[in-house]
Design a binder for this molecule. Sequence first.
Ligand SMILES: N[C@@H](CCC[C@H](N)C(=O)O)C(=O)O
Length: 270
Amino acid sequence: MKFVKMQGLGNDFIIVNDMEEKISLIKEQIRLLCDRHFGIGADGLMLVRPSKIYDIKMLFYNQDGTEAAMCGNGVRCFAKFVYDKKIVKKNQFDIETKAGKISPEIIDDKVQVNMGRADFNPQNIPVDIEKNKIMNEILSINGKNIVFSSVLVGVPHTIIEVENLERYPVKDLGPLIEKHRFFPFGTNVNFVEALDSKEIKMVTWERGVGLTLACGTGACAVATIMREKEKIKDRVLIHLPGGDLVIKFVNEDIFMLGPAKQVYKGEINI
Ligand SMILES: N[C@@H](CCC[C@H](N)C(=O)O)C(=O)O
């Protein structure tokens, strides 16, 4: 199988042009391909498929082989891949994903993506709490009360504001919150330190992966919740361990701007 390895802020992906490869991968194969010791190594894998409704279709799988509806850093890499390989021959186009239409624009070595609107409806996220919005709710873990907010940006995200990101037990709490009973399909968990009204520092414990260097949908979710709390306005610079993303709002649409780079290409027996 031919593949390309790409990364967006260190969130790394295997991309397979399935219009040429025509493969069907089972969960265990995806897990093995993403394994950093026994496979290629990646946070996720994407398949390029033809679309009947938009310019191209993206299928996304996490490192553990589970499918996710969307991936923000992934979609930038995917867009750069299909544009560079001339699979799509225009610099602004529409991608069919399981989270609906996602519209990227290639701007030099960066990709700006219209990620659509965030969904606050707890039934859609989903979160098992009977409220209209999940803002500043409390969950208890090991006797510790944690204040959280949740939103759907293609995939479920939970946001926890902390005073000092470096000192917060992200690795201990991340997996416990990811699988907390409030979240029937699990959740990505974003730990956030607000620097001021224009800059935010964050780190994400990703559902189906663990700690990653960056999360694009996570950055959009964090910006959405911080805007809802009136802590930021319509534009914010987000610092993630792998680098920076700019998130801005045009009306209620979320735009994400960031890099996407090919690391190498190769061939592997599956
Ligand atoms: N890395 C991603 C999110 C990928 C999906 C996520 N792990 C999930 O299962 O929801 C991003 O950049 O958005």
